[in-house]
Design a protein around this ligand. Structure first.
Ligand SMILES: Cc1ncc(C[n+]2csc(CCOP(=O)(O)OP(=O)(O)O)c2C)c(N)n1
Ligand SMILES: [Mg+2]
Length: 615
């Protein structure tokens, strides 16, 4: 057996560079690159190794470990989990900065390879800088924080462990069911230790995504459940995108006359103009989708985790007389909510259902009802997103302006605040690829970094990041990375001077306006200063301007489209309104006792709403 003597870090990057993927009929590197912030713990070992493979596996310098990992995750999501990136940090704070990103990838079932540096395996120089020292267990380091938020975790304490661990990590990243973050903690001394690795380990390897086939008996039961349906509804989740099943689902819906509602991750499966597209479902859903969900006799959930925003906290459609069929690549998800499970790939599962259901169609009355609900909802969207000339526009009006400018080739990116709910309800998708909202973890600060990852994955698209003042202030430094790398973003900052959506939630649960809007926060007597977001963005190298009202925004968006680099537009918005139409109940626990009358009233309403929740 021929071998090659390499350090553990050299072997690691060589292996990563040799992994390839077949996607869209083409073969390409599985890893597009490695985001890296060096420090002690990765600069000498992994840094030296990355230098030597920098053409095959580019290293990209970012500004914050959490957000560079967000960019890597967004890249993978925009590639439908077929391509991905790694992110490496120093030990200690660099590593723990990535824990939030790991959780985000875990919740959203998205692949990212995390390579945090770790303290010395030999422990010879202990305690080293940034080592927290666990008194009772010297095997614990801060990287153990990654365990509950990683789908695969290992600490490589000997160089030869890579031979067995790396293939498992890659398999996890590519597994449609278990997809999520893989973390390999890399003690800094072990990164530098040499070993005689078999040459064969580094042979180029072409991966193809597995498509687990549905079990024939499960399929039979699912077909039987659907064949009796007169009032069916499909709920499409992110899994439809990841299985590349959007076109198949559109055909299935059309053939069988089934209206389709979309979750946050599923939004864009159908273009909004598709006759079966009913828009968003659930707490942030359209009137059309939610009324159908209430009245459906069978719901076919495809590729969705059925989280509380989708099910209206289990009060929207989980009636005793409803049959839920769950087509999902993961048993964990297909078994939820007492569904009739159909565990398997969404594309092949839909094909099998289509064949099995033959001439079956939803009733004429149900299809007509869906059509009229769709038309009525389109009128609502047009009304609430239209400019009425006010000085402080609503989020909905800003969404309308950006949506008009985004056209066919735009992608909107968002994650937290009031915007994701409004976008889910109101954004009109041109089709798959036009909507990228991270709402599994809804992590403030994902927006700009996520936009960067989307642009890296889809350079041909114009990427529109919509971000609140709160999220912008939490994480904005990857704007500088977008400028440095030449990955253009159009960023619209909606400055409502505070955490608008949490202020609304606080009021809805009977709370006093407190510690959310800047005006309600402890501050110097003259109040919190107004942030000049445009000046801030200019300081990071962007082109930027502040505008007033929707008319000003529309003109700025035209300039932003024409610009060659990242362009930031800031405008003041109204923190109070959100779209009343559509929506469903969301379970947010209200205090059982309080001195405030408003809380007592909210609690009474809460108890009443709880009655409708299925246990
Ligand atoms: C990292 C993180 N911290 C806290 C929260 C809870 N949270 C959700 S939205 C929000 C406020 C967001 O403010 P902003 O970006 O200005 O959006 P707005 O609510 O004003 O639309 C907060 C604090 C979160 N989702 N993520
Ligand atoms: Mg805000």
């Amino acid at each position: 057996m021929s071998t090659v003597r390499l350090t553990m870090a050299q072997a690691l990057v060589r292996y990563l560079a040799a992994q390839r993927i077949e996607s869209e009929g083409q073969e390409m590197p599985l890893f597009a690159g490695v985001f890296a912030i060096f420090g002690h713990g990765n600069v000498a070992g992994l840094g030296e190794a990355l230098y030597h493979v920098r053409d095959a596996l580019p290293t990209l310098r970012a500004h914050n470990e959490q957000t560079m990992a967000h960019a890597a995750i967004a890249f993978a999501k925009a590639h439908g989990r077929r391509r991905m990136m790694a992110a490496t940090s120093s030990i200690g704070p660099g590593a723990t900065n990535m824990v939030t990103a790991a959780a985000l990838a875990h919740a959203n079932r998205l692949p990212v390879l995390l390579l945090p540096g770790d303290t010395f395996a030999t422990r010879e120089p202990d305690p080293v800088l940034q080592q927290v020292e666990h008194f009772g267990d010297p095997t614990i380091t801060v990287n153990d924080c990654f365990r509950p938020v990683s789908r695969y975790f290992d600490r490589i304490t000997r160089p030869e462990q890579l031979l067995t661990s790396l293939p498992q990590a890659i398999a996890t990243l590519l597994d449609p069911e278990h997809c999520g973050p893989a973390t390999l903690a890399l003690p800094q001394d072990v990164q530098t230790f040499a070993y005689d690795y078999p040459e064969a380990f580094f042979a180029p390897r072409v991966h193809r995504l597995r498509r687990p086939q549905p079990d024939p008996r499960e399929l039979e039961a699912a077909i039987a459940a659907l064949a009796d349906a007169e009032r069916p509804l499909i709920i499409a989740g992110g899994g439809v995108h990841y299985a590349d099943a959007c076109a198949r689902l559109a055909d299935f819906a059309q053939t069988h006359g089934v209206p389709v509602a979309e979750t946050q991750a599923g939004k864009g499966v159908l273009p909004d103009v598709h006759p079966c597209a009913m828009g968003a479902i659930g707490v942030t859903g359209s009137e059309a989708a939610n009324r159908l969900a209430e009245q459906a006799d069978v719901i076919l959930a495809v590729g969705t985790r059925l989280q509380d925003f989708t099910t209206g906290s289990r009060a929207l459609f989980e009636r005793d007389d409803l049959t839920l069929v769950a087509l999902n690549v993961g048993r964990f998800d297909s078994l939820k909510h007492r569904a009739v499970p159909l565990t398997g790939d969404a594309l092949d599962g839909l094909t099998a259902l289509d064949i099995g259901l033959a001439e079956w169609r939803a009733s004429d009355g149900w299809r007509e009802r869906a059509g009229s609900l769709k038309r009525a909802w389109a009128e609502v969207v047009a009304r609430v997103t239209a400019d009425d000339g006010r000085d402080l526009p609503t989020d909905a009006q800003v969404i309308g302006a950006v949506n008009r400018q985004a056209g066919e080739d735009g992608t909107v990116v968002c994650a937290a605040g009031g915007l994701p709910g409004e976008l889910h309800k109101l954004w009109q998708c041109a089709g798959p690829g036009s909507y990228h909202v991270e709402y599994g973890y809804s992590c403030m600060g994902y927006e700009i970094a996520g936009g960067l990852g989307v642009k890296m994955a889809r350079p041909e698209r114009e990427v529109f990041v919509m971000v609140g003042d709160g999220s912008y202030l939490m994480h904005n430094s990857e704007l500088a990375t977008s400028v440095m790398l030449g990955h253009k973003l159009v960023v619209v900052v909606l400055d409502n001077r505070g955490f608008g959506c949490i202020n609304r939630l606080q009021q809805a649960t009977g709370g006093a306006g407190f510690n959310n809007l800047l005006a309600d926060c402890r501050s110097v007597p003259e109040g919190a200063p107004k942030t000049d977001f445009a000046a801030h963005a200019r300081a990071l190298g962007c082109r930027a301007e502040s505008v007033r009202g929707i008319a000003g925004l529309e003109q700025a968006l035209v300039r932003a489209r024409q610009a060659s680099g990242t362009y930031v537009i800031a405008l003041d918005t109204d923190p109070l309104p959100s779209t009343e139409e559509g929506g469903a109940w969301w379970d947010v626990a209200v205090p059982e006792v309080s001195e405030r009358e408003q809380v007592r009233q909210a609690y009474a309403g809460y108890c009443e709403a709880k009655q409708r929740q299925q246990r």
